[in-house]
Design a binder for this molecule. Structure first.
Ligand code: DQA
Length: 151
């Protein structure tokens, strides 16, 4: 008998987000990346979805994860960290796999330094959530589920 797998969402985090909870808590808050993982899993489960979770400090690992997601997940919630502002390669990877990507930033990058105002990811993102704290990840999961289920 074939087992049907729950639809999946990839939650991807870029550089320095492993330090969440202790890194500049005045900007990023006190919740850790495992709190974020739990929040995403809970939000997805409420709609019958599962999450895969990956954090890497390495651009190539993130690119490989985006490539591997093709055909395997309904979409990607992606906080690219500082690569947001530098990486043409990540933008090309997203454009290449044709999966919906919700770009998430915990902080309101537009209130911060000018170099954080430009994103290479935004032009290839299905939606952008900025400044909602870690709840932005849950909003991202919900948005991808809505995109997936409305067909
Ligand atoms: C961030 C904002 C980026 O500018 C920064 O480099 C990060 C985190 C955010 O979640 O607010 O690492 O993506």
């Amino acid at each position: 008998m074939s087992e049907s797998r729950a639809p999946r969402i990839l939650v991807l985090n870029g550089p320095n987000l492993n330090l969440l909870g202790t890194r500049e808590p005045d900007i990023y808050g006190h919740e850790t990346l495992s709190d974020v993982q739990e929040l995403c899993a809970r939000t997805a489960a409420a709609a019958g979805y599962e999450t895969e979770f990956l954090q890497s400090n390495h651009e190539g690992v993130l690119i490989d994860a985006i490539h591997a997601a093709r055909g395997n997940v309904a979409g990607i919630v992606f906080n690219p960290g500082a690569f947001t502002h530098t990486s043409v390669a990540l933008a090309d990877a997203i454009a290449g796999v044709e999966l919906p990507v919700v770009e998430v930033h915990i902080s309101n990058v537009h209130k911060r330094e000018a170099f954080r105002h430009h994103s290479y990811i935004s032009p290839v993102a299905a939606a952008i959530i900025v400044g909602a704290g870690v709840n932005g990840y849950a909003l991202g999961v919900q948005q991808l589920i809505q995109l997936d289920t409305r067909g």
